[in-house]
Design a protein around this ligand. Sequence first.
Ligand code: F3S
Length: 412
Amino acid sequence: MYLTDTEKRMHDGELGPSLKKAMDILVAIGEIYDAPRLIDVRSVHISGISYRSAGEAALKLAEEFASSGNRFVVPTSSNIICVDCSGGATLDFPADFVRDQKRMLTLFEKMGIIPAHTCTPYYSGCVPLCGEHIAWSESSSLIFANSVIGAWTNRESNPTAISSALTGKTPLFGYHIKENRAGSVLVEVTCDITESAEYSAIGFSVGSRVGSHVPVFVFQKSRPTIDNLKSLGAALATSGDVGLFHVVGATPEAPDRETAFQGHKPSEKLSVGQNDLRQVFEQFSKKGDRKIDHVMIGCPHASFAELREVADLLTGKKINTNVNAWICTSFAVKCVAQRLGIIERIENAGAHVLADTCTVAAPTKQMGCNNMATTSLKAAKYGSEKNDMNVVVGSLKQVVRSAIKGAWSELS
Ligand code: F3S
């Protein structure tokens, strides 16, 4: 792979061990994917800094990177962590998790991270430009940046994202090349859908069918909002290996079908309707015991509009005393919502608005959560697989109703 003089000096260790390590990682990845050279990136988003999921190995790696005193050379935001360290938490997190997470954060702060601690950095002022090369990790964040914003990124990992943040570079391959951003599978959505839980179900259904292809959606009866697209992308990247999608008439690289496919014919056509949605929800439907002790709303982290919708649904209601109801968002969005009394309205009902973390990253089991209701297929899959919870998925109204009743509610 071709390296410029400065890149060679970094690679040879002349500029210190941290930059050498970063360049070793980027060159190794570049060689695996036949990248001809490195390119400059304009921003980085780093996941894998939750102590609970990443553990001592990630801490050690961060120590190595931080040891030379190098700082990130492009704006670099952080993904979620395993506790709410915003200072406004109404929940007690286990002290050992708080301590270990802080050890990890100190290292990233030393390198100059923007402490957004969210999977929706684009709602916290960390927004790339359309057509800009970036190096983002965390599947829901990067698929949103690629698809909805139109920035260009591969699916980065924690080590490659840190390496890009320290060097400002990434190997030229994959979604950094225009031809690889062409749509390949046409997905026609024939049913009328209105809410994010339904977009999440569509994403989950399509993701499991298209693998790593680039789906191009045509919504025949609906027009998705930005929050709907956030849910669609997160689910696509959960059941499949999807890092980029297009929506005709809504996302920047798909003003029309022909442009979305870059003039090619789709290799496959799928049709998604009400039955497909039902099948997805049935995979996570509660049979037998209908008790709910945990509710998670805000996967990916809730927007201002989503927080307001939850507050409206909870006004004048009380969460069941057996239910730990978590509304997860970023600190930045929480601050704005606080100014309008939205957080107070949610918390007066007995729910907790958490910044920085989420059910999947937090030590939820240790906090007594076993039977979860959620609006997100991503939270459902990882909540059941990683956190070993019984999970049910439904509409926002169903989930809020269940939080109030303490049992799963089959309302339409
Ligand atoms: Fe974000 Fe956690 Fe969901 S990281 S996408 S809220 S599982």
